[in-house]
Design a protein around this ligand. Structure first.
Ligand code: 5GP
Ligand code: ZN
Length: 118
């Protein structure tokens, strides 16, 4: 856990969130300011700042995090199949639009045309 990290505090339950999934390594919760009809954030419980800090050794847990997306999206109401779907976004660093410096995966979905304002 990193001091003064909002998402570490959420992972530790010190700050409340609308949790949708939790296991030993990950937590998923609703974004407080959704940019789409469905907007879920998935975080590793361990503090990793961004994709700029990962290497080959992280591929296993990163793969697991990505693989959570379809079931979380479906559970949150994203429609399945080619007519439905969702977007996965990971912002990295200031130039990458990252505001919270604890790696997180956005799952964005819901009926079109929300993408025009995302
Ligand atoms: P970033 O721009 O870093 O990729 O995304 C950070 C996201 O975290 C934003 O979409 C923002 O709305 C969300 N966020 C910021 N503070 C909180 C919070 O306290 N709780 C939750 N659930 N989401 C937050
Ligand atoms: Zn953190």
């Amino acid at each position: 856990m990193s001091e003064n990290c909002l998402f570490c505090k959420i992972a530790a339950g010190q700050i409340p969130s609308k949790k949708v999934y939790e296991d030993e390594d990950f937590l998923a919760f609703h974004d407080i300011n959704p940019a789409a009809p469905i907007h879920i954030l998935v975080i590793p419980k361990k503090h990793v700042v961004s994709m700029q800090d990962v290497s080959d050794q992280d591929s296993e847990w990163l793969g697991k995090m990505m693989a959570l997306a379809p079931s979380l999206a479906a559970k949150a109401g994203c429609r399945p199949g080619p007519e439905g779907g969702f977007r996965i976004v990971i912002n990295n660093g200031l130039d990458g639009g990252q505001e919270i410096n604890h790696l997180h995966m956005h799952i964005l979905g819901g009926e079109r045309p929300w993408q025009q304002r995302a």
